[in-house]
Write a protein that binds this ligand. Structure first.
Ligand code: GLA
Length: 623
């Protein structure tokens, strides 16, 4: 998507939903800040944080499958209260949705009244009456205790800057922070340790969503800054322009919050949900600190927005895995084009989130949700795909016009989930050969929505109504027994360095630095001019770790640059030891023994600052 398009969408989204003020005049050019070289302390800090948040470390102990739950934002915005939330918690139980896996009950923007002189945030007790304690102080602890007593996990909302989104975009809300300019600064900026101690330590929340409007929407030109009610800030994020401000500084703030969370709750069971809407290159680094990170602007209850958000996540399979999920935003089931008059679209929406291994956060008022939609949200077969324990996100294997096929490798041997998607308004027939799913002839399919089982010889074919998605699980024998392409098992991939520093701003907004079955630019993978169906597309300067866990004997790949150029170096590092190294201007054939290896790093090196797209063609693991 064009950055402009993304920005427009973000603006439209907020204004449509909230009648927020519209942008007047062109976006102000941000001041250029020279990039400073990191100090030794910063480098050390980054290394410690990376280790803490690493795939092989403790942070992966939570959200091993995508978080599921309920959030009031899409239904109520800030006009929600404790009674409505508890009524929805009760509805989760009564409808069976809690048993189906929806276990987080979250609060979003609006719970805070003011920041006191000592820095402590006061709760809006008109909204959370249980938070008015007998001694006159306030707390969210009783609310959290009530949710825990019902067997739920409890989630809360905060902000990485000084001020929240509602203060900029929901100015009509009766529930905005009150007081002087500094008393209204309820965001964590400058209060990281204190706020996390309060939210996670004292209140006991298990899930913290941290938004980023405070870094983006408080420039001096804004009406809500000019009127003196809010302090000017940055911007550190300019929507759609990854480098107009400092992505590195944004990353550092989220890294800090992770550190504070892990200090307060060292067992690592708190979910950090990063809400920077795909900005500041968060899609490349979100997984180091967060269990999920938003990949796109806010969803709105229409087909176009749902697809836009789906695309932002499904295009990045190699960044997701257990404990780190691409987040295309909360569900719009029950609203607009996903209400009870649009069950085809509602089923498609959930199917797409499931194939994307996306968090499933219901955003509707369940006390008014028709049974038809409860049944959709609670479909066990669909949820099982979303929650598959292997955590491999779906990979798009075909896209023609309005149709798309996405395949997800499931934990059970010989099983795949496949979504056959009709994005458009005409009926379509969609087919996919079993061989493309890496399955041999004669397989069984099961439709996750109808439960219907079919046997398939060599080709799956479905007829789809406009906007329909068929979601199937497919059981069969492996096409190439004992062999798996790396691009089939994205959760085994961990991007340690993405090499994206060389990308221009325009490229950085669109490219995916490490990609399955395509080049980072989105072009098809090729080697010496010939198309390659399976493989990883990376940039020179990248380091990509594969989790082998001692399960494979050999790693094989043909590796080379997409375009002719100077020599590049290809290196394999097995549990810290160099196993293979070759410098060549031509593709190199790699076939190495990896018996017993736990982690294999694929290292691609080129001259500093030079852009080169590289194919690890047919990269595969052999048992
Ligand atoms: C941002 C987020 C939304 C919601 C609102 C609250 O727009 O992206 O999900 O939390 O803020 O103001």
């Amino acid at each position: 998507m064009k950055p402009e398009a993304m920005e427009m969408h973000a603006m439209k989204t907020r204004s449509a939903a909230t009648q927020s003020p519209t942008k007047s005049g062109p976006m102000k050019k941000p001041m250029k800040k020279p990039m400073k070289k990191p100090t030794m302390k910063q480098v050390m800090k980054a290394a410690v944080l990376a280790a803490l948040a690493g795939a092989y470390g403790m942070a992966a102990a939570q959200a091993l499958t995508p978080p599921m739950g309920w959030n009031p934002w899409n239904a109520f915005h800030t006009e929600v209260d404790e009674a409505k939330i508890m009524a929805n918690a009760a509805a989760l139980k009564n409808t069976g949705l809690a048993d189906a896996g929806y276990r987080y009950v979250n609060m979003d923007d609006g719970w805070w009244r003011t920041r006191r002189a000592d820095g402590r945030i006061e709760v809006r007790t008109s909204m959370f009456p249980s938070g008015a304690l007998p001694d006159g102080s306030t707390s969210m602890r009783p609310f959290v205790d009530n949710l825990h007593a019902l067997g739920f996990k409890a989630g809360i909302y905060s902000e990485i800057g000084r001020n929240a989104c509602s203060q900029a975009w929901d100015r009509h809300s009766p529930n905005l922070p009150e007081g002087s300019q500094v008393e209204r600064e309820i965001g964590t900026f400058g209060h990281q340790a204190q706020d996390i101690k309060l939210l996670v330590g004292e209140y006991g929340f298990d899930y913290v969503k941290v938004d980023a409007c405070g870094l983006a929407d408080y420039t001096p030109d804004k009406a809500w800054v000019r009127d003196g009610t809010h302090r000017a800030f940055g911007p550190w994020i300019v929507r759609g322009k990854p480098d107009a401000a400092s992505s590195a500084r944004v990353e550092e703030l989220y890294a800090d919050l992770r550190k504070e969370i892990d200090t307060v709750r060292p067992n690592g069971d708190v979910v950090l949900s990063i809400c920077a809407w795909g900005e500041a290159r968060v899609n490349n680094w979100g997984g180091k600190y967060g269990q999920s990170w938003r990949t796109s602007p806010d969803i709105t209850p229409d087909w176009k927005s749902m697809l836009l958000n789906f695309d932002s996540a499904i295009g990045r399979p190699l960044f997701a895995g257990p404990g780190r999920w691409n987040d295309p935003d909360m569900l719009e089931l029950g609203h607009g084009e996903f209400d009870e008059r649009h069950l085809v679209e509602a089923r498609a929406h959930l199917s797409l989130w499931a194939i994307a291994a996306a968090p499933l956060m219901i955003g509707a008022d369940l006390t008014k949700m028709p049974q038809s939609l409860i049944d959709i949200a609670g479909n066990r077969a669909v949820i099982a795909i979303d929650q598959d324990p292997a955590g491999h996100q779906g990979v798009t294997i075909a896209r023609t016009g309005d149709t798309q096929v996405v395949v997800r490798t499931l934990a059970a041997s010989g099983q795949k989930a496949v979504a056959l998607i009709n994005r458009g308004g005409q009926k379509r027939r969609v087919s996919v050969p079993l061989a493309t799913l890496q399955l041999a002839t004669n397989a069984t399919t099961r439709d996750a929505w109808t439960g219907k089982e079919s046997t398939v010889d060599r080709m799956i074919t479905v007829d789809l109504a406009p906007r329909e998605t068929a979601l199937l699980t497919v059981r069969g024998a492996a096409l190439r027994p004992g062999r798996v392409y790396v691009s089939e098992v994205p959760a085994r991939v961990r991007v340690l360095e993405d090499g994206s520093a060389v990308l221009t701003t325009a490229q950085a907004a669109k490219w995916v630095p490490v990609q399955a079955n395509a080049a980072p630019s989105g072009k098809p993978l090729t080697l010496e001019g010939r198309a390659v169906a399976e493989g990883l597309g990376v940039l020179a300067g990248s380091r990509v770790a594969l989790r082998l866990d001692g399960e494979f004997r050999r790693f094989q790949s043909r590796t080379g640059a997409l375009a002719r150029g100077g020599a590049l170096t290809y290196k394999l590092v097995a549990d810290g030891k160099v196993l293979f190294e070759q410098t060549s201007a031509k593709p190199v054939a790699i076939d190495v023994d990896v018996a017993g290896v736990k982690t294999l790093e694929l290292v691609t090196q080129g001259p500093a600052g030079k852009l080169a797209e590289v194919a690890w063609a047919g990269a595969e693991l052999v048992q």
